[in-house]
Ligand binder design. Structure first.
Ligand SMILES: Cc1cc2nc3c(=O)[nH]c(=O)nc-3n(C[C@H](O)[C@H](O)[C@H](O)COP(=O)(O)OP(=O)(O)OC[C@H]3O[C@@H](n4cnc5c(N)ncnc54)[C@H](O)[C@@H]3O)c2cc1C
Length: 287
């Protein structure tokens, strides 16, 4: 089947953006533009022909619609993103019921040894005045904490590989994997529902690890729907997305870093191959 239709990347948005130590956000597909919003709004008074003739009034109309909750015109554009994120982020994400999801199945194939380790500056202390949140200052033992997290994840993956080598069904073996394991999905929604997602997940009360995905999505949507996203920013946020929180994003993700090459040797000396993702982890592991 011809894929020309589904990969219409716009300028500046054709790269996967690395998020956290090994996640990604990538635009897969998009439909419509700011003009689609205007046309949909103006059909209600039979004036679709005016859309695009007066950029100033189109922008004012978009701002008015968004500010006053006239949401349906924003449901015309539709966008799909590819997301790789730790399971605990995806659990928060899936609470957004107006998106459609398709996710990697750990029943079909083993999960790669690919897990979340926080950057040191994001390892802080439990907040005392907000039960859900953490403080902003770095924990004095941040690196020790990261090492413990890595050790725990490695131990879980070792047992996972042992279980698979014993012939344990994949659907059972996966139950020993930690919440920091990366999984992979496509998420699709219309522009209105992406903005609803952003409003909640760009908020400073949202967990840092989902905020960084929301920021990348906001930046991509701003390339595709600049007038709508400007209005969204003016109405909902005081600062540019990039300045909202310190995002430690190393830049575009080199997909070639995905290397399906880990070997696990069981007690009988038999080698088993498993996929592994390398994103510059804490140690100099050679596996
Ligand atoms: C900072 C933060 C902290 C949170 N903490 C917790 C927590 O401690 N525990 C927890 O369980 N969740 C928590 N959540 C998740 C939160 O409660 C929502 O589930 C999540 O934000 C999705 O919001 P939503 O339901 O409005 O979104 P969506 O599912 O995208 O729905 C959007 C809107 O569509 C409508 N809608 C969708 N489905 C239905 C339906 N079936 N029936 C009627 N109307 C519907 C509703 O108006 C809804 O607001 C937290 C979220 C945030 C941002």
């Amino acid at each position: 089947m011809n894929d020309n239709h589904s990969r219409r990347y716009g300028p500046g948005v054709d790269q996967a953006k690395q998020v956290l130590n090994g996640g990604l956000v990538q635009l897969v597909d998009h439909m419509g533009s700011d003009l689609s919003v205007v046309r949909n709004a103006r059909v209600s008074y039979d004036a679709a022909w005016r859309a695009g003739n007066d950029k100033g009034s189109d922008a004012r109309l978009i701002h008015y619609l968004l500010e006053n909750g006239h949401n349906t015109p924003f449901e015309a554009p539709y966008i799909t993103f590819e997301i790789m994120a730790p399971i605990f982020v995806i659990r928060q994400w899936h609470r957004h019921r107006t998106q459609s999801y398709n996710e990697l199945s750990a029943r079909y194939r083993p999960l790669p040894e690919h897990f979340f380790i926080p950057d040191a500056h994001t390892v802080t202390l439990q907040s005392e005045d907000n039960k859900q949140m953490r403080t902003k200052e770095q924990h004095p033992d941040a690196n020790h904490i990261r090492q413990l997290m890595e050790k725990s994840n490695q131990a879980s993956f070792k047992i996972y590989h042992e279980l698979l080598a014993l012939g344990t069904p994949r659907e059972l073996a996966r139950s020993v994997l930690p919440l920091g394991t990366y999984t992979h999905m496509f998420a699709s929604a219309n522009l209105h529902n992406w903005m609803r997602f952003l409003k909640e997940r760009l908020h400073e009360h949202a967990q840092y690890e989902i905020q960084v995905y929301a920021i990348e999505i906001a930046k991509i949507l701003a390339e595709l729907y600049p007038v709508t996203m400007q209005a969204f920013k003016d109405i909902n946020t005081e600062k540019p997305y990039e300045e909202q929180i310190p995002v430690n994003t190393p830049g575009d993700l080199d997909i070639s870093m995905r290397q399906p090459t880990a070997i696990y040797t069981d007690e009988s000396g038999t080698d088993h191959e498993y996929p592994v993702y390398h994103y510059g982890q804490l140690t100099d592991r050679e596996d």
